[in-house]
Design a protein around this ligand. Structure first.
Ligand SMILES: C[S@@+](CC[C@H](N)C(=O)[O-])C[C@H]1O[C@@H](n2cnc3c(N)ncnc32)[C@H](O)[C@@H]1O
Length: 356
């Protein structure tokens, strides 16, 4: 899913006249036009966000675009306490996450990946109160000036910008990261970057103590992370009831557990069946349709072998006592989920999870 079509159209008209020396002119007109067309919207911390293709979803929540970057991504990543963190900023958009990462750790080395160059262009004309915005703007400027044939070399070698599909980037990437910011639109509307197959590629490119962070608490997403080998964890979020998700690679790490209801649902419900994209090039419609087919197949299989429990009953804790008791053990959430699955499905475990 992309940012709002009307918004992109407006930005494109200004991209066409951009020459590096008319930024003040563009700033005055572009921002005004986007606001007048109701596609650029002020959030509660006075920073701006763009509407998405689907009018109901914004690129950021209304509590604040910058605030969200700080409290949903950067602070939970513990970047402040790392030496020279290597950061993969997926879905860079208006660049709030990258700017905030630099603000909290100036030694960060950041690879930014964004499919839509128009949103990157827009950051040149926004007022974002962290001074590190100037660094990111300088890199964005380098990208757009080089594109129109004007030679310009930014002095900030610690930032790279890749304008491409994150799926393509990840398969061609041979670097390792300490932190991955995963900031795609919500999986219900676009699961492209929430599939087991994409997340597995991220897992391979994380350092042993690395972490992936997402604002999403989606069940199939968390379930996919468990299947990839991540230790899943959650933290309170600003502006929404459900927490953000963190996935750690180090199997010896024992982070906060996710809530117990989600643990049970991920372990036993057919709603936890992950999105798949084996070739990493399916459309969002294909990914959703294929998952629905596998989900139905799994439901039929579980009913047939007498192992189907509805999500409503699982949430209430109406599952066998010995399986429920596993949640009292001193394990991390991923270990709990895998143990509940193994002990509940027993000898049909492999068959069930081959449908996953
Ligand atoms: C929720 S916004 C991200 C906000 C951003 N992190 C920021 O700090 O402003 C989602 C972004 O993902 C981008 N996107 C969507 N699909 C993508 C893909 N397959 N690869 C890379 N970026 C993608 C969209 O263009 C949009 O800018």
């Amino acid at each position: 899913m992309l940012p709002n079509k009307k918004g992109l159209e407006i930005i494109r008209t200004y991209m066409k006249i951009y020459n590096g020396s008319n930024e003040d002119f563009i700033k005055e007109h572009l921002v005004k036009e986007l606001i007048e067309n109701n596609v650029l919207v002020e959030t509660e911390d006075e920073t701006y966000t763009l509407k998405s293709e689907n009018e109901e979803e914004m690129m950021h929540s209304k509590v604040g675009a910058l605030k969200e970057a700080v409290y949903k991504f950067v602070k939970p990543s513990n970047i402040e306490n790392l030496g020279n963190p290597r950061v993969l900023d997926l879905c860079s958009g208006l660049c709030y996450n990258a700017i905030s990462a630099l603000h909290y750790n100036k030694n960060s080395k950041i690879d930014m990946v964004e499919i839509c160059e128009e949103v990157l262009f827009l950051t040149l004309f926004l007022d974002i109160p962290f001074k590190e915005h100037e660094i990111i703007k300088d890199k964005v400027r380098e990208y757009f000036l080089n594109k129109i044939g004007i030679k310009y070399k930014s002095k900030y070698d610690n930032i790279n910008i890749y304008v491409e599909d994150a799926r393509k980037f990840i398969v061609n990437c041979n670097k390792k990261y300490d932190i991955v910011f995963h900031d795609a639109f919500s999986p219900k509307r676009d699961p492209t970057l929430y599939t087991y197959d994409f997340l597995r590629e991220i897992y391979k490119r994380l350092n042993d103590n690395g972490v992936i962070i997402s604002y999403s608490s989606s069940i199939p997403f968390r379930s996919a992370l468990v299947s990839c080998g991540f230790i899943i964890s959650e933290r309170e979020s600003i502006g929404r009831k459900r927490g953000i998700t963190l996935g750690y690679k180090n199997p010896n790490f024992k982070p906060n557990r996710i809530n117990k209801i989600d643990e049970r649902v991920i372990a036993l419900s057919i709603n936890a069946i992950p999105y798949r994209d084996e070739t990493l090039n399916l459309t969002k419609e294909e990914i959703i349709k294929n998952r629905n087919i596998r989900k139905e197949k799994l439901r039929e299989k579980l009913i047939k072998v007498g192992k189907y429990i509805s999500t409503k009953q699982i949430k209430k804790g109406n599952i066998p006592e010995d399986i429920l008791k596993i949640q009292e053990e001193n394990l991390n959430s991923s270990e709990i989920i895998i143990k509940m699955r193994r002990e509940f499905f027993k000898d049909i475990y492999d068959e069930i999870f081959s449908i996953y």
